[in-house]
Design a binder for this molecule. Structure first.
Ligand SMILES: [Zn+2]
Length: 219
């Protein structure tokens, strides 16, 4: 971390000379007049002035572990993973000759709908390591678009197979894995997203008789 001892600007000018470098909590810090003025970025290992880190009050040192440049890179990476998800679903819909207008922002929005503190399955309520996008109506029927997708677990995705998700929720197999409270919340959120009532949403997927059945289980 040689940049810390003498911080050098990109154009070669020396920015600051430090009195000393110490290591605390496994991280180098540059000291000047007994104050911490520079820190090691835990990601790129470069040494930077405190202003090169975003603030984070919860941490004792008051700034994030990674420098601003590294944070921007991290954000780009997570954005590109959402982009991949969008283009994958659009590809599937195109294969089926259906609407394929899902954007990265749409996927982000779907994730937000399923996020408590972490991303959770919209059906089981369980926190997800690897969330997947499932279709409400089969992709062959309604394509990949904001209002036809939902964040679920791989398990639910597999069990649902190519069934309409609301039809599937009526099956006994589904009722073994669902969390009723979570399903109820999800129905409300999906209805909000479309600006319709939960009943109007269900009408798109179920017959009158099935809606009654659905309400009995999930209300
Ligand atoms: Zn960095």
């Amino acid at each position: 971390m040689k940049e810390l001892k003498v911080l050098t600007m990109k154009n070669g000018t020396k920015l600051i000379e430090l009195d000393s470098i110490e290591t605390k909590y496994g991280r180098k810090r540059g000291i000047l007049f007994n104050d911490v003025v520079a820190l090691e970025c835990t990601t790129c290992k470069g040494g930077f002035l405190l202003g090169s880190f975003h603030k984070q009050k919860q941490l004792k040192i008051g700034v994030k572990n990674a420098c601003k440049t590294c944070r921007v890179e991290e954000n780009k990476k997570s954005n590109s993973s959402l982009m991949k998800k969008a283009s994958h679903q659009n590809w599937r819909a195109k294969q089926a000759g259906r609407v394929a207008d899902l954007t990265t922002q749409d996927v982000e929005r779907l994730y937000e709908l399923a996020t408590k503190k972490v991303v959770c399955c919209s059906i089981t309520g369980k926190p997800l390591q690897r969330p997947v996008l499932g279709h409400l109506k089969p992709v062959e029927e309604a394509g990949s678009t904001l209002t036809n997708l939902i964040v679920i677990s791989q398990k639910v995705n597999k069990l649902q197979a190519s069934k309409d998700i609301f039809q599937w929720l009526l099956t006994e197999k589904a009722q073994e894995v669902v969390d009723i409270e979570t399903v109820r919340e999800t129905v409300e959120k999906l209805a909000d997203l479309r600006e319709v009532t939960p009943e109007e949403l269900l009408k798109e997927h179920l017959s009158k008789k099935q809606i009654k059945e659905f309400m009995k289980i999930y209300n």
